[in-house]
Ligand binder design. Sequence first.
Ligand code: SAM
Ligand code: SF4
Length: 330
Amino acid sequence: MLIDPFARKISYVRVSVTDRCDFRCVYCMAENMTFLPKAELLTLEELDRLCSTLVAMGVRKLRLTGGEPLVRRDVMLLIESLGRHLKTGDLDELTVTTNGSQLARHAEGLARAGVRRINVSLDTMDPAKFLAITRWGKYDKVMAGIQAAKEAGLAIKINAVALKGVNEDEIDDMVAWCGGQGFDLTLIETMPLGDIDGDRTEQYLPLSLVRARLEKRWTLSDLDYKTGGPARYVQVAETGGRIGFITPMTHNFCESCNRVRVTCTGTMYMCLGQEDAVDLRTPLRSSEGNIALEQAIRDGIARKPKGHDFIIDRRRKVPSVSRHMSVTGG
Ligand code: SAM
Ligand code: SF4
């Protein structure tokens, strides 16, 4: 079992399988991005070995993310292969976070591999706004993907980043739509990760404000429900659905942190909001056995920091953390 210096059990790993993406969301990336050369990336076999080692060390939940995980070539082979750990009971959950663009063709394969729930990022239900936020995204394709996932029997959680002046007037409608479709909805505060083309102070909308507004229309009650992630959930009495709030900015959720992140180059970040990291690619490539790899993982967990200290403020021109969310994996 992996335990960090603050006695937190590390049972959840998010693995970025690619830094590439077919969208360019305004809060996540600049329009002109330089992606990593392919040789830097872990191969699918290396990703499998790394994930399987983590499972053997006590990790119970794996989330594949990116960039857009479903644009990586042959990623379904990796997902199918990792599904073996669900069958043995060594892993409780295998899941993905996706922008939904490739879901129509992969939803059934995901379900077959043992994936039960997925997160789909959708910040708006207005096609014109969707294009403005994602720059390159195709709204109809994403909606078709979400329906395909529903038909394949996957439980769906919609992730929406709350953006001031962009989607704040729509959150009510999204609560109603998600409730009607049987989807959970999770709202996220924007975090100062990586240079983007715009100013983050203009995007930042505290969820405390969003919640207060939602309470004018909906009856919300706090839930104990946990999915192993950072969201705090409420039940919506009128729809029977749930809303999760991820509040890295207004609330420090670090005390219950149970996770680490691994990039597509095999760098393990012990905290989304800190720079310290360990290289797992070198031990992966330097020997066929996993002893060095296991030691590097343990060394990293032993250095997991207490928490992050994000600040979004006008006087501070540089982001708190220079790497983009698409590098560390959301
Ligand atoms: N491409 C996939 C997607 O969009 O779902 C997976 C990776 S994406 C980086 C994961 C999540 O991070 C998305 O829900 C996205 O909205 C969120 N995200 C990206 N940049 C963010 C930021 N600066 N602050 C808060 N959330 C961010
Ligand atoms: Fe791509 Fe996801 Fe970042 Fe949007 S949030 S640019 S879909 S990685």
